[in-house]
Design a protein around this ligand. Sequence first.
Ligand SMILES: [Ca+2]
Ligand SMILES: [Ca+2]
Length: 272
Amino acid sequence: MRYRNLRAVLVASSALVASSVLAVGCGGSSGTASKDGASAGSEGSAVPSAPASAPSMSSTPSIVGAASSTTAGTSSAPVAFVADVWADNWFSLTVNGVAVGEDSVPITTEKSFNAETIRFTATYPLTIAMVTKDYRADDSGLEYIGTSRQQMGDGGFIAQIREQSSGRLVAATGKAWRGLVVQRAPLDKSCEKAAKPIVTCRWEAVPEPPGWQLPGFDDAAWTAATVYTAAQVGTKDGYDTIRWGAGASLIWTADLEADNTILWRATAPRPA
Ligand SMILES: [Ca+2]
Ligand SMILES: [Ca+2]
């Protein structure tokens, strides 16, 4: 349902994307294209994903990927996968154009740190598309607004995908992942302690490019991920409950604080 709405929005906004127009805000809260809860977590058109309020994504029924499948045993036979994700603060996961899961704790939750395990079925090669969001109370990009803790929150996330039967790690966050920032705030970090950050702070937003989650999308212009240590990200609740593969790294863009909503793409070929 939301997917169809999103597609309509994307079609309508394609002209903006083509000309790389940025929506830049200053004061007021309208005019951004990526408000929390409005643009992310798109759902597949064929099979709905579990609701965001589900207690655990591990109970999500398997969803067959969008890529065509044929008789089992051929190179395009469906394979069962297990994805582990820990995000500061929220994520959604799409594989081969099908939404397979998202963080069960809504982005509207101020302190949200939890790991998720998502099971799905798809065919190689995997086109992995994720939305990650650092929490912000409003478009100013700040959190704990009006309290002594008012600040720029920071992001960071880690993800890995294993074949369910073999346990092989076939995809994991690292330098090869490419990101596109669609909400950045505040643009001037000196507004961090402003009395009215929504008035003082400036931000910018860009629409999600049409089809960015699909295999054929060209992400050559996107930015390579920056790898961070657990200390830099400040990993916490849930992070230590997952056994992360040696190849899985915490990533974000170059700015952990101001880059709040980011689209990510990665591909995983069938392992040799
Ligand atoms: Ca955060
Ligand atoms: Ca932030």
